[in-house]
Ligand binder design. Structure first.
Ligand code: UT7
Length: 331
């Protein structure tokens, strides 16, 4: 059986920087409240006519291919994770395929929200392990700024989420550098603790005039319930990954947690007893970019020289579904 390895990573974020101060024009909030509760200082919002989920994903993918030193035509499969596709259908996978001028390869769109990257990595890993594909492009990209409302009723989500894209090139491993394990889970019991009900297909009329004004087009989040579950499931998933491979937290060079909230990441760090230099966070600059958050963070860690040959890096995420998991990678 083959193994897979992460060969390149890239990211793209829209140029429009949205500070906490900017948000105070539209809702009762403050820079200090946002920083204290979430750690976020600023995030990026897309520009209509410039950025789309698929074109941001394509830009991130091009960077990942360059860094992996591969040509675009080596890609055998595209996996695209997003909760905010360009169209209701088809998904953005085929749009990236078109932009990259790749013909007759499969393009798979997945959701899995904040765990989209982990699920995508686990799928890529399985395809490579069986020998069916050699090179998989995994993209996580989101435009969330236009699904939130900059208002008092929308403030619990509006201060958290941002836009951006990250991408990975995953290839058949040729040496010790490999994906050691992926563990992904779901529990739909709490699906409605973080969800976006409308416009949904279960209603006779998907979109009504009332929905445009009554707030029912906004995401619904029970922040405290998500927080509590995330701080339990994420450290447990990291420990599972380490134990599965015969390692302890001391062996870990870096943990890149999904960038949901800096306080969540800090609690995960504390529960695992990790030093500050063992955990990478960049939520301060980008907010929570859902499926894009881990690949953007990995790309920045890569740029900062923190992803070293032979380094042991863990990823963990938790999000709407609930879905969660971990991955352990030897670089
Ligand atoms: O990737 C997964 C995505 N989601 C998450 O990870 C969310 C996880 N949860 C969280 O990040 C936090 O629960 C939040 C940041 C959403 C909220 O922080 P919190 O410490 O749990 O605050 P809270 O919901 O308990 O609200 C505390 C107070 C409330 O006022 P009262 O009732 O105490 O008077 C809220 O109305 O803060 C108020 N509040 C705000 N105040 C200023 C809620 N949102 C805001 C806001 N600015 N944006």
């Amino acid at each position: 059986m083959f193994s897979s390895a992460i060969k390149g990573v890239g990211h793209y974020v829209p140029s429009r920087v949205i500070t906490n101060e900017y948000l105070t024009q539209f809702m009762d909030t403050s820079h200090d409240w946002i920083v204290e509760r979430t750690g976020i200082h600023e995030r990026r919002f897309f520009t209509e006519g410039v950025d789309t989920v698929s074109n941001m994903g394509t830009k991130a993918a091009q960077m990942a291919c360059e860094r992996a030193n591969i040509t675009i035509d080596q890609i055998d499969l595209i996996i695209f994770a997003t909760l905010s596709p360009d169209y209701f259908f088809p998904g953005p996978g085929v749009l990236v395929q078109r932009e990259l001028k790749l013909k007759n390869i499969p393009a798979l769109d997945i959701r899995q929200q904040c765990a989209g990257f982990l699920y995508g990595l686990s799928i890529a890993d399985q395809y490579i392990k069986t020998g069916l594909y050699k090179t998989v492009l995994l993209i996580g990209s989101e435009i969330q700024s236009n699904m939130m409302e900059l208002s008092n009723r929308g403030r619990n989500t509006a201060v958290i989420f941002g836009d951006g894209a990250g991408a990975l090139v995953i290839q058949r491993a040729e040496d010790e550098s490999k994906v050691l394990s992926t563990h992904v889970y779901a529990d739909g019991t709490n699906a409605e603790e973080l969800y976006m009900p409308n416009p949904g297909s279960s209603r006779a009329t998907r979109l009504t005039n009332e929905m445009l004004t009554d707030g029912s087009l906004l995401p619904v989040m029970n922040g405290q319930a998500v927080f509590k579950e995330a701080t339990t499931k994420m450290p447990a998933a990291v420990l599972e990954a380490l134990e599965h491979n015969g390692f302890t937290t001391e062996d870990l060079d870096l943990l890149i947690p999904h960038q949901a909230n800096l306080r969540i990441a800090q609690m995960v760090q504390k529960q695992l007893g990790l030093r500050n230099d063992q955990v990478f966070n960049n939520i301060q600059k980008y907010g929570n970019t859902t499926a894009a958050s881990i690949p953007i963070a990995l790309s920045e860690a890569w740029e900062q020289g923190l992803v070293k040959k032979g380094g042991l890096i863990a990823f963990t995420a938790f999000g709407s579904g609930f879905v969660w998991g971990s991955a352990l990678v030897r670089f």
